[in-house]
Design a protein. Sequence first.
Length: 306
Amino acid sequence: MAESNCTQATEFTLMGFTEDPVTQVTPFLMVLLVYLSTILGNLGMIVLIRASPQLHSPMYYFLANLSFIDVCSSTVITPKMLADFMSEKKVIPYAGCVAQEFIYDLLGMTEVFLLAVMAYDRYLAICRPLLYHLVMSPKRCFHLVAGSYLVGLTNGIGQTIGMFTLSFCGSSVIDLFFCDISPLISLSTSDTTLSLSILTSAALFAVSNSLFVLVSYMAIISTILSIRSAEGKCKAFSTCASHLTTVSIFYGTACFMYLKPSSDSSRGDKWAVMLYTVLTPMLNPFIYSLRNKEVKEALRRITKIK
């Protein structure tokens, strides 16, 4: 337990990548370019889906929400990171750290659940096509998306409550470029049982969702392989290839970030975290626009109209 006369930290220091301002210019420009691409790509995807009647379907309704989450999650982390690249003193107030951790955990769990919902949507479309429009009604789609945000909100509140039980009387240096609950637990000088329990519960929920996605795609692939015509197989696979790519990148980078053996953080680990938190949100709109014929056709029509 923390000593009663300890002074609670009022701010945290973010280590970032390096203390040398010269070597930070290149990563600053790279992150800035990625962030601008993320904002433009995801907002462009949202506008395209709303403006194109042929994209007014459950699949693209979920995709628009995924793009919104990517914009928000990137904005929570990246602007502060860009400012710290150019600052000698990389600090974040305690309240700012709590807010960043809350929003990051809210959006992260929302995306986990939304990816599972999108896998279920593809499962119904390919494996149960006769039931698809009955099950995936506009009202049901709204409930699934609202449920995703509700689960994310519950996770964000739970992680924040866990953080409020932590005391930081010793080191207040976070060897990362944003406030994540894992390094905060490591820094705590108080009992971390509650915070660890909440974090473990969230991890188990994420794992169960990943297993649901895996089982869904096993059924999808089995159904696609049973289609006799090559054209039918290609058409069926094209409807889920983009989502499968997105899921693979999301869970692949997340596993590398959170399931690697615990050790002292290195610059390589930080670049892996950047891949998960900064680069992945940029990739989703490009994956769906480059691999999806309907999106490319909608973009072509909008371009002709303009």
